[in-house]
Design a protein around this ligand. Structure first.
Ligand SMILES: *[C@@H]1O[C@H](CO)[C@@H](O)[C@H](O)[C@H]1NC(C)=O
Ligand SMILES: *[C@@H]1O[C@H](CO)[C@@H](O)[C@H](O)[C@H]1NC(C)=O
Ligand SMILES: *[C@@H]1O[C@H](CO)[C@@H](O)[C@H](O)[C@H]1NC(C)=O
Ligand SMILES: *[C@@H]1O[C@H](CO)[C@@H](O)[C@H](O)[C@H]1NC(C)=O
Ligand SMILES: *[C@@H]1O[C@H](CO)[C@@H](O)[C@H](O)[C@H]1NC(C)=O
Ligand SMILES: *[C@@H]1O[C@H](CO)[C@@H](O)[C@H](O)[C@H]1NC(C)=O
Length: 394
């Protein structure tokens, strides 16, 4: 039997039972990544074996079905490792170049369809309900990575600061793309673009024949524009720091946990569980991002009370789950899409204004003490708060 036939019968089997919320999102959101910024700490395995392309080009780090409010339609489809026939049909070389895997062991194994460790080398198909079948999903990611060209402005200013405005203008002028930029400590890190979705043709009546793919770039809705974190006048364009990159994948002090899910995405249920655990375990918690004025205000109020709290930055993409995944989860769990997102005693408080309101009403001190976040005697005897941070893989 030819390979194509095999592939079709496989897809037909998988989608024999229709998935709820198939393609129900408002749009597709694509993220292009400037990997050198993410490799300044060698927290990603990929940093020790970059392709040449990666050193001077943006690559895809994922495309995710989103609603206008940044939520993801509920989907109970099974998240699973990409099928090796699918990987073969898209091609190891294109996948390595345009959709490199953060978790891969080395270039020989990255996207190797015959890998003996597919969870690490191949990754997982995390959005089975988005409306794209597995093979089409990977092909789309590769195509969009080719479509979003890295502006010469960026390539010719590696290791330098350029105005953030000029980066936006380059995408607009050269490719008519209105981009949402993500920065990390003042350095250009990611480019987020929004895509309208196609509708099925008339004859595509079953999910097995439908692909609700990204159609064309559109202006991102306000809820997504609000994530833009390149607020400084200048943004730094990092170079890939290859001189000190370890030649082999670091394995100490602890090997990668077997349950770690590779980029680009995480099972929403797992991320929700992580967030719930984080807020519970830390008694007081604040989710924020760099350069967010109201986050600074809330932190200052906590500090004025000498309160202990755990901080998680949603602009931190080196954590597992990534900051973006954590943010999505916060919106799902708290229905608040602004930052900071403040918790006291495992209870969601709201943002900076809500925290200030508690202070104005004279309730804050009591709540912090009851939660065990200040030195005053807690009402309940709880173990001291820990500042657990998301674990990252070596
Ligand atoms: C997923 O949703 C479908 C349709 O609502 C339902 O029939 C199926 O049992 C669900 N599967 C799981 C694992 O929840
Ligand atoms: C880039 O700008 C930052 C912040 O202003 C500054 O600390 C850094 O030294 C600059 N780097 C270069 C290479 O100009
Ligand atoms: C540029 O993109 C916008 C959407 O962001 C679209 O409305 C407009 O028609 C595009 N212009 C051209 C010349 O393609
Ligand atoms: C590369 O990394 C080393 C060690 O972390 C550091 O000392 C050096 O300054 C870095 N070089 C560049 C160009 O970032
Ligand atoms: C919750 O946190 C504790 C301690 O930080 C950890 O041992 C446990 O594995 C976490 N559970 C989940 C579901 O993340
Ligand atoms: C991101 O999180 C990691 C792991 O917790 C931490 O080591 C790092 O300092 C954080 N980076 C920023 C910019 O907050």
């Amino acid at each position: 039997m030819p390979k194509g036939t095999l592939l079709l019968s496989f897809l037909a089997t998988v989608f024999a039972q229709d998935l709820p919320n198939w393609g129900k999102q408002d749009l597709w959101v694509h993220t292009s990544t400037w990997t050198p910024t993410h490799c300044q700490c060698y927290c990603e395995r990929l940093c020790s074996h970059p392709t040449d392309y990666l050193k001077t080009n943006l690559v895809s780090s994922g495309i995710v079905p989103h609603n206008y409010d940044w939520s993801i339609p509920f989907c109970n489809g099974t998240i699973r490792t990409y099928n090796s026939d699918v990987v073969r049909s898209v091609g190891q070389s294109d996948l390595q170049t345009y959709f490199p895997l953060t978790m891969s062991r080395d270039l020989e194994h990255m996207w190797d369809p015959d890998s003996t460790d597919p969870r690490t080398d191949i990754g997982q198909f995390s959005y089975p309900c988005g409306g794209l079948h597995e093979a089409k999903y990977l092909k789309t990611i590769v195509q969009i990575a080719k479509f979003i060209r890295t502006p010469d402005l960026i390539k010719s200013n590696i290791g330098k600061n350029i105005t953030t405005k000029s980066i936006r203008e380059a995408f607009k002028k050269e490719q008519n793309l209105s981009v949402v930029l993500l920065c990390s400590n003042g350095a250009f890190a990611d480019v987020v673009t929004c895509w309208s979705k196609s509708t099925p043709f008339l004859y595509q009546t079953t999910q097995a024949s439908q692909d609700i793919a990204p159609a064309k770039p559109v202006q991102c809705p306000p809820g997504i524009v609000a994530l833009d974190s390149c607020k400084d006048e200048y943004s730094f364009i990092h170079a890939m720091n290859t001189t000190s990159a370890p030649t082999t994948v670091p394995t100490s002090p602890t090997p990668a946990p077997p349950t770690a899910t590779p980029s680009p995405s995480q099972d929403p249920d797992e991320v929700d569980a992580w967030v719930k655990n984080f807020t519970k375990d830390n008694h007081c918690a604040l989710f924020g991002e760099d350069g967010c004025e109201y986050c600074a205000k809330a932190k200052a109020l906590f500090a004025s009370k000498s309160a202990t709290y755990a901080y998680s930055g949603i602009d931190n993409q080196t954590t597992i789950p990534t900051g973006t995944d954590i943010y999505n989860s916060l919106v799902r769990l708290t229905h608040q899409d602004t930052l900071p997102n403040v918790w006291i005693g495992n209870k969601f408080i709201g943002g900076s204004d809500d925290l200030q309101a508690l202070q104005d009403k004279g309730k804050l001190d009591g709540m912090l003490a009851a939660a065990g976040c200040t030195k005053s005697t807690p009402i309940t005897t709880t173990k001291p708060p820990q500042t657990t941070k998301p674990t990252k893989t070596p």
